[in-house]
Ligand binder design. Structure first.
Ligand code: GLN
Length: 496
């Protein structure tokens, strides 16, 4: 069974549904692989041995009774900001280090209902603030393609788990790029659906008007299967969209005939260096070779994305994180009075990046500054969304880089601003609420790097055009096959 852990979600579901192997067998091999691999990778904050075994037994029982499940037996990594009843849900923070979820998030529950096996809770940047997983207060996660490099973030644990074959589907959350950037860094498909398409009930909020759950997988088909299972309206989330849900896995095409792909004038890749520039030029030509018509589009306000995001996201975070004060959830550090208790709890519980965001956000929302910062940022956000709407008048999809560089080494981005720049290409889509994904598009060897590292092509679609988006990504993936060109160093060691 040693090769079984490398199967994709679609293959696992087929095997378990047909009785070729059981969910229990696969889960046993998977947990053994996780135990062997984790000391090097560190993808998980908790590995759920008993929970996984018990869930697998129930899935096998349902199959025996004649049920067929779209994700039967598929090992699932759950980002540690999503609730799974009875498990620790830490958000990568000391403040929630010992907090146990009292219920299960809708998106997680839907994947469990579809047959997934929750094998672990994955590491992340504290409260999803970061792009490398280095802001986690609870552990270090390494990139399975080069252990000296970061996996990306904030969904870095889910990304490295899937890349190291420690899960077939990873659940991520994306506020400004946290699914797409780690997917690019770890040779995966990372898909952020339209805002409101996947329920946020049970996702611990960072910036509520931007947060969106989505899958990280090794193939586009798996991303489509995961999205089809987790998406759709949920009355428990007031921002969940109540309109008919279009499935995607049954509509994956193999060509791009008749598809107009917009290349963004302002996203010229020249400044990313000749190697990366050539890589994206080739990716765009490959889209054309599949039948797409390339058209130039303009996103003149996209350059204000970063500034806009770093007012709106901290403002919402300062409000959302006010609940972590020692009264109700997680850590409490006692003080002489209630104010001292709040102060001590928050001083001890939050890490430096979270504190920075709370300070910026509180400042931006304070009276006298609210109009100058927060309201202005909201106006800029509207302009960015309008730019996309104009661009989509002349194209069906937009192609762009997912990140400006491959995965970097630990501590390489020591000032916050250079870390923020990692999301330059993903933040505008988040502000506009659009569905976007990253799909592997080739390899570059970073200066001084030990091995080639993956890069991601970002495709973006108009609101609710998930089906067209995944379909195009599938055509591109099939024609180019970049993901298969290298193997993670970790899996090679494990299977040799
Ligand atoms: N890296 C960005 C930030 O730090 C985006 C994070 C995210 O999408 N959760 O806010």
């Amino acid at each position: 069974m040693s090769d079984s852990i490398e199967r994709n979600a679609a293959e696992i579901a087929r095997g378990v549904n047909s009785g070729a192997f059981s969910a229990a067998e696969l889960t046993r091999s998977m947990l053994a692989h996780i135990d062997r691999t984790e000391p090097q990778v560190g993808a998980y904050l908790s590995v759920l041995h008993e929970r996984a075994a018990a869930t697998a037994a129930r899935v096998d029982e349902r199959i025996k009774q004649g049920e067929r499940l779209p994700l039967a037996g598929v090992p699932l990594a759950v980002k540690d900001n999503m609730c799974l009843e009875g498990t620790r849900t830490t958000c990568g923070s000391k403040i929630l280090e010992h907090w146990t979820s009292p219920y299960t998030a809708t998106a997680v529950q839907r994947l469990l209902d579809a047959g997934c096996i929750p094998v672990g809770k994955a590491n992340m940047d504290e409260f999803a603030m970061g792009s490398s997983c280095e802001n986690s207060a609870l552990g270090v996660t390494r990139n399975p393609y080069d252990l000296e490099r970061v996996p990306g973030g904030s969904s870095g644990g889910s990304a490295s788990a899937v890349a190291a074959f420690e899960a077939a589907i990873g659940m991520g959350s994306d506020t400004g790029g946290s699914i797409r950037e780690p997917a690019a860094f770890c040779n995966l498909v990372g898909f952020k659906p339209t805002y409101g398409r996947v329920s946020r009930y049970g996702l611990i909020a960072f910036a509520s008007s931007l947060d969106q759950i989505g899958p990280l997988t090794r193939t586009v088909e798996d991303a489509a299967l995961a999205y089809d299972a987790m998406g759709g309206h949920d009355p428990m989330d007031a921002t969940s969209i109540d309109r008919p849900f279009e499935t995607t896995a049954d509509g994956l095409r193999t060509d791009l005939r008749g598809v107009r792909v917009g290349i963004v004038r302002e996203f010229a890749t020249k400044e990313l260096g000749p190697e990366i520039d050539a890589l994206y030029a080739k990716a765009y030509r490959d889209l054309e070779a599949l039948g797409a018509e390339l058209v130039e589009v303009a996103l003149p306000t996209a350059e204000y994305g970063l500034a806009t995001y770093y007012l709106i996201a901290p403002a919402e975070c300062s409000s959302n994180l006010a609940r972590f004060d020692g009264v109700r959830y997680g850590l409490r550090v006692e003080g002489a009075n209630v104010h001292e208790m709040y102060e001590r709890t928050r001083a001890a519980g939050f890490g430096p990046e979270v504190k920075r965001r709370i300070l910026i956000g509180t400042y931006a929302l304070s009276s006298g500054y609210y109009d100058a910062y927060y309201v202005r940022a909201q106006k800029a956000r509207t302009l960015i969304a309008q730019d996309f709407a104009k661009a989509f008048a002349s194209c069906d999809l937009i192609a762009a880089p997912a990140a400006s560089s491959p995965a970097f080494t630990f501590n390489a981005k020591s000032d916050p601003y250079s870390m923020y720049l990692m999301d330059y290409y993903t933040i505008p889509m988040s502000l506009a609420g659009l569905p976007a994904l990253s799909v592997p598009c080739g390899w570059v060897t970073p200066p001084g790097g030990a091995s080639p590292m993956p890069m991601g092509l970002q495709l973006t679609a108009p609101l609710f055009a998930e089906r067209a988006l995944l379909s195009a990504a599938h055509a591109y993936e099939r024609a180019t096959g970049h993901a298969a060109a290298q193997r993670p160093v970790i899996a090679m060691e494990a299977t040799q």
